[in-house]
Design a binder for this molecule. Structure first.
Ligand code: ATP
Ligand code: MG
Length: 293
């Protein structure tokens, strides 16, 4: 595919046709995906990725077919947290087979494509001034390619782990018009609430319903109540996940915390949140039949 800088003066290379073709490929690759849910927070480091990985494991343990798309192109962590780093990628039928975790979760991440640990993804822009807009345009394009070039197969749910930033959900929603919902994450601090309030505004402005707010690392700081934040915003409160060093250690090992330590309070909290997400989606499917791809 041509790069954006090539578009000016494009001498008949049919960019519009290429985009339409990619869009059609994306639709056909996602034909078996019943729903897509984004895990978001304007605030960095609050546990979006840990929540995504553990929700995926909970739902897979419950018999769902789950995929995870790591939409954090610059700081991808999903392959590591889900234990598929370094997996070989096979190309079948023109698409990449997403590696599967021990629980069968299918994962696609930039981390699986970059040649070495130290290689960051760099966006090429003619001037520094252009870099910001380029980043957005390239990000959308990279995500579209990720989705369109992966053999996702039949999934009940694709979870999308977003990078931090209040505008990121709008980007993903533009690539995935069939987004079935978002889960917003905060930690109990004023600073986090300040930013997450903006994320809630963005999430409520997308067509996809907000499935709810999660308080992660509960008990770590004597911060404000996330239940009150959710109530004030008129969105469901999905629950609190306590801070648990075993959860962090499992994420670092790429081990499924909820399967290995199901009796821990954090694992129980995650299982309850996964059940709430599952119920919301089942309701969504009932209320909007044919809403999936
Ligand atoms: N409830 C928890 N208890 C203990 N450790 C946790 C918990 N939630 C997340 N962590 C750990 O905290 C660190 C940050 O979490 P994570 O990477 O999931 O945050 P993030 O919001 O995805 O960050 P980023 O904004 O950079 O994408 C990780 O090492 C993770 O394992
Ligand atoms: Mg993350």
């Amino acid at each position: 595919m041509k790069r954006y800088r090539d578009i000016a003066g494009d001498a008949g290379s049919d960019i519009a046709g290429q985009v339409a073709e990619q869009q059609a490929r994306l639709r056909s690759r996602l034909a078996g995906v019943r729903s897509v849910v984004a895990v978001v927070s304007g605030k960095g480091g609050v546990g979006k990725s840990a929540l995504t990985a553990n929700l995926a494991c909970c739902l897979a343990l419950g018999g769902w077919r789950v995929g995870v798309l790591d939409a954090d192109l610059n700081g991808p962590t999903m392959a590591k947290m889900l234990g598929v780093r370094g997996a070989r990628l096979d190309v079948v039928g023109g698409g990449v087979e997403p590696p599967r975790t021990s629980l069968g979760v299918r994962v696609m991440s930039m981390d699986l494509l970059l040649p070495s640990d130290a290689t960051p993804l760099t966006w090429d822009a003619p001037t520094q001034e252009d870099a910001h807009t380029w980043r957005g345009a390239m990000e959308v394009n990279a995500l579209r390619e990720f989705l369109a070039d992966t053999n996702w197969g039949d999934l009940d749910l694709m979870l999308v782990d977003l990078p931090p930033g209040t505008d990121r959900l709008a980007t993903v929603a533009s690539v995935l018009p069939a987004l079935a919902g978002s889960v917003i994450v905060t930690i109990p601090s004023e600073v986090s609430h300040l930013v997450v309030r903006k994320s809630i505004t963005v999430a409520t402005q997308t067509r996809a319903p907000v499935l709810g707010l999660v308080e992660n690392m509960a008990g770590l700081f004597p911060g404000p109540d996330a239940g009150a934040l959710a109530a004030a915003a008129g969105i469901p409160f999905l629950g609190r996940i306590p801070f648990d060093p075993l959860l962090a250690a499992a994420a670092d090992r790429g081990a499924p915390f909820v399967a290995l330590e199901p009796e821990r309070d954090a694992a129980r909290a995650l299982a309850r949140i996964a059940a709430a997400v599952r119920e919301s989606l089942e309701r969504y499917w009932q209320e909007t039949p044919g809403s999936s791809w």
